[in-house]
Design a protein around this ligand. Structure first.
Ligand SMILES: [Zn+2]
Length: 326
């Protein structure tokens, strides 16, 4: 990395992270990992473990997620849950899919492995009293099979528009027609400038965050909790299972800085992700069913500082790996 761009990145990081200024002056891998651990705190310990401690690509490029036949249903099936007044969990025990309801139809985030799309998303919506025919958009966080194999079916059966990062459309369209779940037809491609998707009364701010894949997308969107409206920062790609190259870590780091700034500007007090290990989605979806004491927060509400800490941790874990390669 050139000295000038390192300075620029550090300055930008300081601007983004003035509440964790300590973490931004770290310039060795060990110090960055320590800073990331502080930024993660107890809220994000699982994600810290996954990307800062022996990350997946430590020995080169790891295998992509498995595309095996359906494993034992008891090992993945999760009941669907209403989590906010306009947000429904449709994921498995391991991977998340969500439905955002609007005044003009449903937006689905991610589509799981092909074996899970029917029982979790289609049947899940029906169980919750929602009609899958009303799915208007399907947003794919990134083109790995655990998140996108259900997309082609939702497109062909319900006419849903599929939204994906431009680079991830390229890789998706190269798949053979026999790929699990089939191959969706190109719909809406999101470039580096991002995109706002408005359906009825709801707008999803789609932010290009390359790193996990080149076309990874993250989001900001509103959720309603009774009379309150809260903002979610949704992180679309997390693990370091891309080829181990300094420039890839720099791209990932810069996307984390970008998301931290976007989340801060939007006042996001919630972080969500697409693997339940990163945001405890399956646990929180069930906890959200319990009655709350007077003044008790929604189980997903962690506050603006902790949201910043999540993206600072991503930034510092990536920077630690990048520096360790020099
Ligand atoms: Zn992935």
């Amino acid at each position: 990395m050139h000295a000038r761009s390192l300075v620029a990145a550090t300055l930008l990081a300081v601007c983004v992270a003035n509440t964790h200024a300590q973490s931004t002056v770290a310039t060795t891998p060990d110090r960055l990992v320590a800073a990331a651990k502080r930024a993660a705190g107890s809220d994000h310990a699982g994600t810290f473990l996954r990307i800062c401690v022996a990350p997946d690509n430590l020995n080169g490029t790891p295998r992509p997620p498995p595309t095996r036949a359906a494993p034992d249903r008891a090992a993945w099936y999760a009941h669907p849950y209403k989590v906010f007044d306009n947000l429904y969990f449709l994921g498995t025990q391991i991977h998340s899919a969500w439905a955002v309801t609007t005044s003009a139809g449903i937006i689905v985030f991610d589509t799981l492995f092909d074996y899970a799309v029917e029982p979790e998303i289609v049947d899940g919506l029906s169980t919750l009293g929602l009609d899958p025919k009303n799915i208007k958009y399907v947003l794919i966080s990134h083109a790995h099979g655990d998140h996108d194999q259900g997309a082609a079916m939702l497109q062909s059966r319900y006419g849903a528009k599929i939204v994906m990062g431009a680079a991830d459309w390229e890789s998706t369209l190269q798949r053979p027609a026999s790929a699990p779940g089939g191959v969706p037809k190109r719909d809406i491609a999101v470039g580096p400038e991002g995109l706002k998707i408005t359906l009825g009364d709801t707008t999803i701010d789609v932010i290009a965050t390359p790193g996990h894949t080149q076309g990874t997308l993250s989001y900001l969107f509103p959720v309603r909790d009774g009379k309150r409206t809260l903002t979610v920062a949704y992180s679309g790609g997390t693990a370091f299972n891309f080829p181990r190259a300094a420039e890839n870590f720099a791209i990932y780091r810069d996307s984390a800085i970008k998301m931290a700034a976007a989340a801060k500007a939007a006042g996001a007090t919630i972080v969500m992700s697409n693997h339940t290990e990163f945001d405890r989605a399956w646990d929180r979806a069930r906890i959200a069913q319990l009655p709350r004491a007077q003044g008790e927060k929604h189980p997903y509400e962690i506050g603006t500082e902790s949201v910043q800490g999540y993206f600072e941790m991503m930034r510092d874990c990536a920077e630690a790996q990048r520096l360790s390669m020099n």
